[in-house]
Design a binder for this molecule. Structure first.
Ligand SMILES: NC(=O)c1ccc[n+]([C@@H]2O[C@H](COP(=O)([O-])OP(=O)(O)OC[C@H]3O[C@@H](n4cnc5c(N)ncnc54)[C@H](OP(=O)(O)O)[C@@H]3O)[C@@H](O)[C@H]2O)c1
Length: 293
């Protein structure tokens, strides 16, 4: 690798994309470009090829995705066009430009019925359109670009994020009471930690599939309780409710717990516990005093 590897971030306005833009320069990467959907749609192969030809990236970080899990049930073809074919298009263009691709997948590829954490050797068992589109993306990316890093992440949160854990923290800070699932289990993961591991992994030649989530597991209700406690708020700000009280269109895994086996074997599993990460995220949010990136 050259002294200053060049990164392009696609989906650069999303929760993870924004964290990549902040973290990559800290890890010694030059940020060649960070583009949102308006500037570069990942379904547009000509635009991608022109961009990669011009900037000659060392690696393309594809954080762009169709991420509305419930809406994907009513527009599965759009989810597939972005998460399946769109991801393949990025991988093909990256490979043609001699760049590696770092692509993001999801814990939702599993149905959550296994009583132990899933590692990279467990076969996917998707329950919905979003999950099926993401698995298609994993397979298509792996086939189109030999130099790929596919990171399965889950329950992401970060500054300005629209996803559930980010919203919990935002609403608690605004003085609201939150209802949170006390049955579904996951490993909420701060996007900064995923970005940090991504930057380290992309500097290696350890291509392949990786699970990349915070250590440990929790319910959404317990996550919200720790957020409230860390913010100095009383326990009654969080109401733990059963999954059935939170109607959702798409089925979700009951127990979305991943084992970072492959990262651990490479000596790259530097993900903290979900508790340490949540406390660090809240401390930083309080220090910044702002909700926006
Ligand atoms: N959030 C989670 O809990 C979670 C869990 C597991 C896996 N993941 C995966 O992690 C990755 C990052 O997720 P995230 O939480 O950062 O999602 P996010 O905040 O929803 O960001 C996704 C970004 O992709 C952009 N995008 C959508 N369609 C596009 C297209 N056709 N071309 C270019 N950009 C497009 C969106 O732009 P617009 O806003 O303009 O639509 C958005 O900025 C995704 O691959 C996701 O599947 C996320």
């Amino acid at each position: 690798m050259t002294a200053e590897p060049i990164a392009i971030v696609l989906g650069g306005r999303g929760t993870l994309g924004a964290a990549l833009c902040a973290e990559l320069p800290r890890a010694g990467w030059r940020l060649g470009a960070a583009l949102g959907r308006a500037e570069c749609d990942i379904r547009d192969e000509a635009a991608l090829r022109a961009l990669f030809d011009r900037l000659r990236p060392t690696a393309v970080f594809n954080a762009a995705a169709y991420t509305d899990v419930d809406k994907a049930e009513t527009e599965p073809e759009i989810a597939m066009a972005v998460n399946g074919q769109g991801a393949e298009t990025v991988a093909r263009a990256a490979a043609a430009a001699g760049a590696a691709i770092v692509h993001y997948s999801t814990d939702f590829v599993f149905d959550g019925e296994l009583e132990r954490p899933y590692d990279e050797r467990d076969p996917p068992s998707p329950q919905g359109s979003y999950a099926r589109s993401k698995i298609a993306g994993d397979d298509l990316v792996a086939a189109a670009a030999p130099r790929h890093f596919i990171l399965r992440v889950g329950c992401l949160y970060g500054r300005g994020g629209r996803n559930f854990p980010s919203t919990i923290v935002r609403r608690l800070r605004a003085g609201e009471t939150v209802r949170a699932d006390r049955e579904r289990l996951g490993s909420p993961t701060w996007v900064r930690d995923v970005a940090r591991v991504s930057a380290a992994l992309a500097a290696t030649s350890f291509h392949g599939l990786y699970h990349c989530t915070a250590q440990g597991q929790t319910s959404w209700a317990d996550f919200a309780q720790l957020a409230a406690a860390t913010l100095g708020l009383p326990e009654d700000r969080v109401a733990g409710v059963p999954t059935s009280a939170l109607p959702m269109k798409a089925a979700r895994p009951r127990r979305a717990i991943l084992d970072n086996r492959a990262l651990r074997e490479r000596g790259l599993d530097t993900l903290p516990t979900w508790q340490d990460a949540l406390r660090a995220f809240i401390a930083e949010e309080l220090q910044s005093g702002s909700e926006k990136p």
